[in-house]
Design a protein around this ligand. Structure first.
Ligand SMILES: Nc1nc2c(ncn2[C@@H]2O[C@H](COP(=O)(O)OP(=O)(O)OP(=O)(O)O)[C@@H](O)[C@H]2O)c(=O)[nH]1
Length: 708
């Protein structure tokens, strides 16, 4: 580390060494003489501090002006006389109240008016003179806020053993201590809640009526999800509406004993989790299809994890019972191994053996769906303007933007002005799942809506607005906000920032998606991981499975703000791309101990930086010499880049890595040298390794820290 002598620093400031030593003593920095050294960083801060101090002494006026400028940049009335300020404050309070009154209340939603931001985002002073600060604050700004010269703040910091210059950030806790020293009070800014632009008002209990359940079918590939959906639709849809042709709109309704059940058309948990990723939970109940001849398979386990993560009840349909190889009891056994104990086995999970092919027991399955729905008490108020979720959307050549929505509450009518994400418009037509035009759609009903100005996204919430104008205003505002947000990267949890987020109280749980090469290691790792939970943070494996890290793992992690850990497995290339896009922290390990150690370190905020290997050169071994006391010296010729004494080295023979370690020495003629470049000969020895042969390749590499 570069150092500076006291006399040089004194010289730079323009004072004598003695004066500097005395000043440093005041700051509790002990130096014995003018020959003592400080680190370069310390020296810079001290020089800067003294320069500032001098400037304040010499040109107090200019400094004042600058200070006011700085304040003006943030807020115009911070420097106003007290009485005027409070007058303004009063007015503002009144305005605020007025605003609140004015914010439109349509009976079911409240449209929030934007509050004027006339104070700086980060810091402000509240009415009783308490200065409100963020988690961190820049030294210079903090000094201005508490009305103390920056040099004094820097000095106080030094006394606390913190070397920071005027442009550096300090933590709130530090700022608080310093403010106390100067008789000022500060408080931590309360985290602002994400303000919704539309507040949907709750219904009172007496307005609520039961609504049909919305069901998603999940399960392993080929276990019969599509067959089951088709079979249900064929028997049930055509039963009711003779000749009615099911049109694909993303969801369909079926009737059992006169009661309606809504099925989402896209089977599988990917679509389901995709929606959750967008913050929408449409599904009330999951039907887990398990083929009786195949049993629980990896995607079955995934589906279980996804449904559990979404906290929805699961009904198991044990399918293909018509097959001679069907083994229902085996499926039940496997279910219990995966945390689903069926009723026959003393648990509370409902399972129904069915055959999608033969149409067997489908009524029983649907009855169970209704039963679970009843227990869930799914309710809505049909007598209010509608809200719901977009489940599919597309741009139709003839009809323009088309969206299938499911009404979650209220009744949607033709002519209603709506907003869906950033899209807005007036409902021109409603089309049901049979392709028929309808006038209205009640709770849990899937319908296509026409009349939006653009195609919304699946997962977007739609809300009926008081007027078309209100819909447009909100739509435009959202578009601007969306653009802003796209600029800011979304912050997902990572092991690096785990500690900081724990300190800030943002994180109480670390969810993990775990993939490993064999079942045995999965269990061992899961147990070890969950054991290291402490009071501050709970570690939870929300999904584990055998095999490569796949897209669905990343999707689940992203939707649940989890990290992904792969043990002895690699991610697929599309999973890598997806993790990058979704900013999911994904790590792979080959040694359990290292995996556990990384998590433990992350919990203490001491995670080592990540390194990547960079090959810096290659040398060919042309001759070898055995020297007693030294070992084998490889007489080599550097063919690429360079080889340095500090590099790591690999010995490669016929493409196979024979040794991986470090360069012990490099000599040119009889001298030890630091490095040898391409085109030169040299003698290389490797640390603790002598089995070097002619024609071997020595590959020199370095581990470089990756910027995160
Ligand atoms: N014997 C028998 N075969 C069935 C049954 N249900 C589905 N199958 C067959 O199983 C195969 C897979 O059925 P699908 O409905 O395509 O399965 P899936 O789960 O939707 O498959 P993916 O869409 O590929 O994930 C088809 O050949 C079906 O005919 C059943 O109850 N009995």
């Amino acid at each position: 580390m570069e150092k500076k002598r006291v006399y040089t620093i004194a010289d730079e400031i323009g004072i004598t060494s003695k004066e500097l030593i005395a000043k440093l003593e005041e700051l509790d920095i002990k130096v014995s003489s003018h020959m003592s050294t400080l680190t370069r960083e310390e020296a810079d801060i001290i020089v800067e501090m003294f320069k500032e101090e001098k400037a304040v002494k010499v040109k107090p006026k200019e400094k004042e002006v600058k200070k006011v400028d700085l304040v003006l940049e943030h807020t115009e009335h911070e420097e106003e006389p007290e009485n005027k300020k409070s007058e303004k404050q009063d007015k503002k309070e009144k305005n605020k109240k007025q605003d609140k009154k004015e914010s439109k209340n349509t009976g079911h939603i409240e449209i929030r008016k934007e509050e004027k931001q006339d104070k700086p985002e980060t810091e402000k002073q509240d009415d009783d003179g308490i200065i409100v600060l963020d988690e961190t604050v820049v030294v210079g700004e903090f000094a201005t806020l508490i009305g103390v010269p920056p040099t004094q703040v820097i000095m106080s910091l030094m006394k606390m053993g913190i070397m920071a210059n005027i442009n550096q950030n300090i933590k709130f806790e530090t700022a608080e201590k310093i403010a106390f020293e100067f008789d000022k009070l500060v408080e931590l800014k309360e985290p602002e809640e994400e303000k919704e632009d539309i507040i949907i008002q709750e219904d009172s209990e007496e307005d609520l009526e039961l609504r049909p359940p919305i069901v998603t079918v999940m399960g392993h590939v080929d276990h019969g999800k599509t067959s089951l959906l088709d079979a249900i639709r064929k028997t049930k849809v055509t039963d009711k509406e003779a000749g009615g042709i099911t049109q694909h709109i993303g969801a369909s309704e079926v009737y059992i004993n006169g009661k309606k059940v809504v099925f989402l058309d896209t089977p599988g948990h990917e679509a389901f989790t995709q929606m959750r990723l967008r913050g929408a939970q449409v599904t009330d109940i999951a039907i887990l299809v398990v083929a009786a001849d195949d049993g629980i398979m990896p995607q079955t386990i995934e589906a279980i994890s996804h449904a559990k993560a979404a906290n929805i009840p699961i009904i198991v349909a044990i399918n293909k019972i018509d097959k001679p190889t069907a083994n229902i009891e085996k499926v039940r056994q496997e279910l219990s191994n995966n945390g689903l104990l069926v009723e026959d086995w003393g648990g509370d999970v409902i399972d129904v053996p069915v055959s999608a092919k033969k149409g067997e027991n489908l009524d029983k399955l649907l009855e169970m769906v209704l039963l679970v729905a009843e227990m869930e008490e799914l309710k809505a108020n049909p007598n209010r303007p509608a809200v719901g979720t977009v489940i599919e959307s597309n741009l139709d050549k003839g009809r323009g933007p088309v969206a299938t929505v499911i009404v979650s509450n209220g009744t949607l009518k033709v002519g209603d002005p709506v907003i869906a994400g950033t899209a807005y418009g007036k409902i021109r037509a409603l089309v049901n799942d049979k392709g028929q035009r309808v006038k209205k759609a009640t709770p849990s009903t899937p319908v296509e809506i026409l009349g939006l100005n653009e195609v919304p996204m699946a997962g977007d919430q739609f809300v009926v607005m008081p007027s078309e104008k209100a819909a447009r205003t909100i739509g435009e505002k959202r578009r601007i906000k969306q653009r802003d947000e796209q600029m800011k990267a979304t912050s997902k949890i990572t092991l690096e920032d785990l500690f900081d987020k724990m300190q800030e109280g943002e994180v109480k749980e670390l969810d993990i998606v775990l993939k490993a090469d064999v079942q045995g290691s999965l269990e061992a790792i899961r147990q070890s991981i969950e054991k290291i939970s402490n009071e501050q943070v709970q570690l939870r494996v929300i999904h584990s499975g055998v095999g490569a890290v796949a897209d669905s793992d990343i999707m689940l992690a992203s939707a649940s703000n989890a990290i992904v850990i792969g043990f002895n497995v690699r991610p697929t290339s599309s999973a890598i791309a997806m993790a990058e896009r979704e900013q999911v922290d994904m790590r792979t390990y080959r040694i359990i101990y290292e995996l556990i150690e990384d998590i433990e370190k992350a919990m203490k905020g001491m995670l080592d930086p990540e390194y990547k290997e960079v090959v810096i050169g290659q040398a060919e071994v042309r001759e070898t010499f055995k020297v007693s006391g030294v070992g084998t010296i490889a007489g080599s010729y550097v063919t690429e880049g360079k080889v340095t004494r500090s590099s790591k080295a690999r010995l490669v023979r016929n493409g196979i890595v024979i040794y991986d370690g470090e360069v012990a020495s490099i000599r040119r003629f009889r001298d030890d040298v630091k490095e040898v470049a391409r085109g030169y000969e040299c003698g290389i020895t490797l640390a603790n390794f002598n089995d070097i042969k002619e024609q071997d390749i020595i590959e020199a590499y370095e581990m470089q820290e990756i910027e995160r």
